[in-house]
Design a protein around this ligand. Structure first.
Ligand code: SF4
Length: 381
């Protein structure tokens, strides 16, 4: 089975449902109707929408609100994530904490039994993020209320609009989107607004499916699509990202969007110290971005939050044992990269931006003060 294919385990033909809150289409419009398998033990159990042969389950979770304000998250933009969990399974993914929180809340609310709670956490506490993906139900209904809240927060004079970024925690075009189409539904709704400032971050070429909506959205609002790629080295990608799309297909999607006129660029995040931060790796990325028609390239170093350590450090021990001590030292008592390292990386990125003809954006180094001279190859932690 290829990524993105979903095996339907059961179908109740009398109750076709869409999980994006849109009107229910007739059965002929749905190639493979969604299955709703509910537990016979408790009527409040979370419905399982679908299941893959390898064991991934897609679980419906009602969304009362989907747009998180800067006040809620502490960042300076609004964020939107249609899914909780992600099958791509990157070892450095920091969104595992949000999945853990959703599982704990569902358990506390009596919607997961003790047994399911253990299953939803997995033996190491991180597996469920990749294998139990929550699909936000009634998303568009929740978005209507959130948009009213958003417009109210801007007031009559606040322009340009505060950005809304889709995909800050989980990938909005992960394989589940092929079936559930939540992200497409959101973009169609946002395309009916004017004067928005939208960012989308994804690793998936599936975004090219929605080129038509992106172009419509771009007519009335500012749009920036960030294709996420940490290296063009396929073998290396497979060491750190379990099931993500290979670099070539991401770059091809970038080119398709660029050729269609979508404002699209590359986001290199996280840069992994000692693994992907050397000049040959970064130059190859910048070169590939240039050839694909990217308008910009941004980059930032790894953040090693506690929820990331459980997954990332065992991988590091297995694949890059010579780096373990360096990482432990550098990230001891902190989640962000050491300040000097962040500055040196920012300087290196800005040099590359200039050299490859991209806008030189002030990055995280400028928030940290004086810049250091960049190292020539691998950056020291
Ligand atoms: S694609 Fe993004 S959300 Fe998905 S596992 Fe990787 S980093 Fe996390």
């Amino acid at each position: 089975m290829r990524l993105g294919e979903v095996r339907v385990v059961k179908h109740d033909a009398t109750t076709p449902r869409r999980y994006d809150g849109q009107s229910t289409p007739g059965p002929r419009q749905l190639a493979l109707p969604l299955a709703v398998v509910t537990s016979s033990r408790r009527c409040v159990a979370l419905p399982i929408l679908d299941e893959r042969l390898r064991g991934t389950k897609f679980v419906s979770l009602e969304a009362k609100s989907v747009l998180n304000s800067p006040l809620q998250t502490g960042v300076d933009f609004w964020s939107l994530n249609p899914y909780i969990g992600c099958e791509f399974g990157c070892t450095y993914c920091y969104a595992r904490y949000a999945h853990r929180y959703a599982v704990e809340r569902a358990h506390d609310a009596g919607r997961l039994s003790d047994e399911e709670f253990v299953e939803f956490r997995g033996p190491h506490g991180w597996e469920a993020f990749e294998q139990r993906v929550f699909v936000k139900h009634q998303l568009l209904g929740a978005l209507e209320g959130d948009l009213r809240r958003y417009w109210r927060s801007l007031g009559p004079t606040a322009r340009p609009a505060t950005p809304i970024v889709i995909g800050t925690a989980t990938d909005p075009y992960q394989p589940a989107e092929r079936r559930f189409r939540l992200t497409r539904g959101i973009l169609e709704r946002l395309a009916r607004c004017e004067g928005l400032n939208i960012g989308i971050i994804t690793k998936s070429p599936l975004i090219a499916r929605d080129t038509d909506v992106l172009l419509r959205l771009q007519e009335r609002s500012d749009l920036e699509v960030h294709i996420s790629l940490t290296t063009v080295d396929v073998a290396l990608i497979r060491q750190v990202e379990a099931r993500s799309p290979i670099p070539a297909v991401r770059l091809r999607a970038l080119k398709r969007l660029a050729d269609a006129g979508v404002r699209v660029g590359l986001i290199v995040a996280p840069v992994l110290p000692g693994i992907t931060d050397d000049l040959p790796h970064l130059e190859a990325l910048f070169q590939a971005a240039r050839e694909a028609g990217a308008r910009f390239v941004h980059a930032g170093p790894l953040r090693l939050y506690s929820a990331v350590r459980d997954r990332f450090l065992p991988m590091l021990e297995e694949q890059f044992p010579h780096l373990v001590a360096r990482y432990r030292r550098a990230y001891e008592g902190r989640s962000g990269a050491p300040r000097d390292y962040a500055r040196a990386l920012a300087a290196r990125i800005q040099k590359l931006q200039a050299r490859f003809g991209f806008p030189v954006k002030e990055g995280m180094a400028d928030r940290c003060g004086r810049r250091l001279a960049p190292a020539q190859q691998e950056l020291g932690l």
